[in-house]
Design a protein around this ligand. Structure first.
Ligand code: SF4
Ligand code: SF4
Length: 314
């Protein structure tokens, strides 16, 4: 396993980062024990970097994976919150510390920043994180984003340490431009000393049919210190470990394509439509419908707000 310093944070991370959205209730919905075992297998294989979020509800899975480790503090966990207020971010950070059973959260990000304007709107939350960093409760702060403008804005801010942008071989899910425009922004951010780790290298599942090409594309980008790959089974962990350890002649490990399932008891409240960052959903005849399937990256965010538990990635 290759390890790299994440920008100028002083944190040295494995090139393969465990994306922990997939084990939680928005996707495969493994129990904390089952999901913890999958994460633990990746840790045993050399992964030392886990990406999660308050939204993903996978803190319990990570806590299980860390249980009994001699030095759980050596595992670098990045989490994120949508909170934009000081009090809201304080509560988010405390939740992460309590639920992960850790005194220090290595990386805390503002979730899904779109541009300098949303960053300005989140200033109180960012200031709280910077104070937490000064106290040693957080080691690095930053943003996650599906937007080129989000990367460019964060790259210009000296107080931002880490950026987690959406990037993949086809550019699926990038909200405001092309793959190459996003790569150019990421290169600029890397040159400014930001630690950069990619999200959605497989386009949320759309690129599973060209799995090895999709991962190779990200691995070849020198500006990507690490690449977060969602994993939900021992088989996926083992295949990703082999691939990141240099074995490139592997068959496609997962022929099961993900899809978004909407149950018939959907009441058409439109909560999911507003939550989708990619404009993939709409209400048609009082039911949620995927109106732009090519733009759905199977993030499961829509399911997190459904009051009827009627929509999920399966
Ligand atoms: S429809 Fe749901 S799973 Fe698909 S991109 Fe939108 S929020 Fe994510
Ligand atoms: S949030 Fe749930 S109930 Fe409301 S429209 Fe979406 S799927 Fe239907």
């Amino acid at each position: 396993m290759e390890y790299r310093e994440l920008g100028q944070t002083g944190l040295v991370v494995s090139r393969l980062c465990f994306g922990a959205l997939t084990v939680g209730p928005l996707q495969r919905n493994l129990s904390p024990q089952e999901g913890g075992a999958v994460i633990r297998r990746a840790l045993a294989g050399g992964v030392n970097f886990i990406d999660t979020a308050q939204l993903y509800r996978s803190y319990a899975h990570i806590r299980e994976a860390l249980k009994g480790l001699e030095r759980p503090e050596d595992v670098i966990i990045a989490t994120k919150s949508y909170d934009f207020t000081r009090d809201g971010m304080a509560a988010s950070l405390e939740e992460a510390r309590r639920e992960l059973d850790l005194d220090v959260i290595p990386i805390f990000l503002l979730h899904e920043q779109e541009s300098e304007h949303t960053l300005r709107g989140h200033r109180p939350a960012l200031d709280y994180l910077l104070e937490a960093k000064a106290k040693g409760i957080v080691k690095a702060v930053g943003i996650s984003t599906h937007h080129i403008q989000g990367v460019l804005a964060a790259a210009e801010m000296p107080e931002i340490d880490v950026i987690s942008p959406l990037i993949n071989a086809t550019g699926i899910g990038i909200q405001d431009g092309s793959r190459d425009e996003m790569l150019s922004a990421i290169n600029f951010a890397s040159e400014q000393g930001k630690g950069v780790y990619a999200m959605k290298p497989l386009g949320g599942g759309h690129l599973l049919s060209s799995w090895s090409e999709a991962l190779s594309f990200c691995l070849e980008q020198k500006c990507l210190d690490s690449i977060a790959v969602g994993m939900k089974s021992f088989e996926e962990v083992d295949n990703n470990l082999r691939f990141f350890n240099g074995q490139r002649d592997l068959p496609d490990p997962d022929k099961t394509y993900r899809k978004l399932h909407i149950d018939e008891w959907c009441i058409g409240c439109s909560m999911c439509v507003g939550e989708c960052p990619n404009g993939a959903l709409d209400i048609v005849q009082n039911k949620a419908v995927v109106v732009d399937p090519d733009n759905c990256v199977f993030c499961g965010y829509c399911g997190s707000v459904c009051p009827e538990f009627a929509i999920k990635v399966i």
